[in-house]
Design a protein around this ligand. Structure first.
Ligand code: FAD
Length: 456
């Protein structure tokens, strides 16, 4: 039994945990970072990065199918999953190596092993006690299932979906949220038949309704099937596939069923409740400064109720390190964190939907402008349709931006600055965007809301 002492102990080396560790050492604190698996966590190894590598392979497949349209002679012959996998693994390996190097170079002590909170300031790893003046809980999340729906065999989660070494002929996807639509999009591009089953009335139900509807139309055009507003009832597996039965008795047959119904917190059996940390359905409760009810114990990332996104984890990790160092950092609410859904077409948003803005500020106090990407030169060259909708308070700031179309995830950076800085359209409209870019579509919406539309 040994004891190690640090200014800060971080339990979990994913996006939230390693960001807290990196910022804390920058501020002069000594840090012990406990990780049972691989530094980088879900996002780097089985989440953001590998799925986007897959999506890139999918995009290349679509471009090569369409190449003749652009005057390029080539023939799409199919998907070589071994090479798709090698590409994905190569990207992850290089980012993992970079992260390990950074953590080492910054002088963070990494303690490899499974940690358990045994006292407010102590995490036990094997026989060792890791003691911190402050502790950050950052143990992340796992793929949830539904009651009675067992994962195994041909019923898989996103982690097994990444590892598939073949393209299924037909896939059923349970859940039309971010992860469900991303995999649906990839598999369709790879040549599979895809059916999404979503209990709520729309795909990506957390997005602006007009965006959900445009995604549904685009998916329909791509041949992606979906059943909306209907619940899953049961699934049976047979040698070559699954039969999914829905609540109305209809069935969907497929080779694989991907369960993408959300992610639960990794907190069970880790001692949090024994030590007295306040929890709700497994999530760790914090105040707005990410402090739990136990002095000196903080929580960040997916175990904190709210958006489950890597950059929220980064932001919270940085915040907590600065808070502990006494820097009084500013609070960023979930509402002002940008979200991107990386399917084809892509979706990006930040701030209030028009409906939520109307509830908050009053319907007569809110206006919006939706710019159709059909009017944007670069969008036409990219062959994308879609729109950018900007919501403002009348005589006030922009409070929400909602986009759909090719590569709009690259545009939301500007959107989140505008929303977080509470910019008025009148103030930012004069700063025109480079031509021809898709950013101009944002500029067109700002100009229109400032009362001086250019091309609209
Ligand atoms: P995690 O990244 O899950 O890290 C937690 C870490 O804690 C893990 O490394 C784990 O091994 C470790 N740990 C757990 N328990 C213990 C213990 N007892 N002792 C020691 N170590 C422990 N987000 C985006 O922003 N953009 C995307 O494009 C995106 N795509 C995604 C795609 C998929 C398929 C999935 C599943 C997720 C995606 N996400 C994306 C979400 C993102 O991955 C998470 O929000 C993010 O990883 C959360 O960070 P975290 O630090 O809270 O947890």
């Amino acid at each position: 039994m040994s004891e190690q002492n640090f200014d800060l102990v971080v339990l979990g080396g994913g996006s939230g945990g390693y960001a807290a560790a990196l910022r804390a050492v920058q501020l002069g604190l000594t840090v012990g970072l406990i990780e049972k698996g691989k530094l980088g966590g879900t996002c780097l190894h089985v989440g953001c990065i590998p799925t986007k590598a897959l999506l890139h392979s999918a995009e290349v497949a679509d471009v090569s199918r369409d190449a003749a349209k652009y005057g390029v002679k080539t023939q799409f012959e199919g998907i070589d999953m071994a090479t798709v996998t090698a590409f994905r693994e190569g990207i992850v390996a290089s980012k993992y190596k970079g992260l390990q190097g950074l953590i080492k170079a910054r002088g963070i002590t990494v303690i490899q092993g499974e940690g358990r909170l045994v006292a407010p300031n102590t995490v036990q790893v094997g026989d060792d006690r890791i003691v911190g003046k402050n502790v950050v809980l950052a143990t992340g999340s796992y793929s949830r299932s539904l009651p009675g729906l067992e994962i195994g065999g041909r019923v898989i989660t996103s982690e097994q979906a990444l590892e598939l070494n073949f393209v299924p002929n037909k896939v059923a996807v349970l859940g039309g949220g971010v992860i469900g639509v991303e995999f649906a999009s990839v598999w369709k591009s790879f040549g599979a038949d895809v059916t999404i089953i979503e209990a709520l009335p729309h795909l990506v139900p957390n997005e602006e309704e007009s965006v959900s509807k445009q995604l549904e139309r685009a998916f329909r055009k791509r041949g992606i099937e979906y059943s909306l507003g209907i619940r899953f009832q049961s699934v049976t597996q047979h040698e070559n596939g699954v039969v999914v039965t829905l609540e109305n008795g209809s069935t969907v047959e497929a080779e694989i069923l991907l369960v993408a119904v959300g992610r639960g917190p990794v907190t069970a059996g880790l001692g949090f409740d024994e030590v007295g940390v306040a929890m709700d359905r497994g999530f760790v409760l914090t105040d707005e400064r990410l402090a739990t009810n136990i002095p000196g114990v903080y929580a960040v990332g997916d175990i904190v109720p709210g958006l489950q996104l890597a950059h929220r984890g980064f932001q919270q990790g940085i915040f907590v390190a600065e808070e502990i160092a006494g820097l009084n950092p500013i609070i960023v609410e979930d509402l002002n964190i940008p979200k991107v859904t990386y399917c084809d077409p892509e979706i990006a948003s930040v701030g209030y939907s028009e409906a939520k803005a109307s509830e908050k500020f009053g319907a007569d106090q809110v206006s919006s402008y939706e710019y159709n990407l059909g009017g944007n030169g670069k969008s036409s060259i990219l062959g994308t349709s879609g729109s950018i909708k900007v919501v403002r308070v009348n005589d006030g700031p922009i409070v929400g931006i909602h986009m759909i179309g090719a590569r709009v995830g690259e545009l939301i950076g500007e959107g989140q600055l505008v929303v977080n800085w509470e910019a008025y359209p009148e103030d930012i409209a004069p700063f025109l965007h480079a031509h021809p870019t898709q950013n101009e579509a944002l500029g067109e919406a700002f100009l229109a809301l400032a009362g001086k539309p250019l091309h609209a």
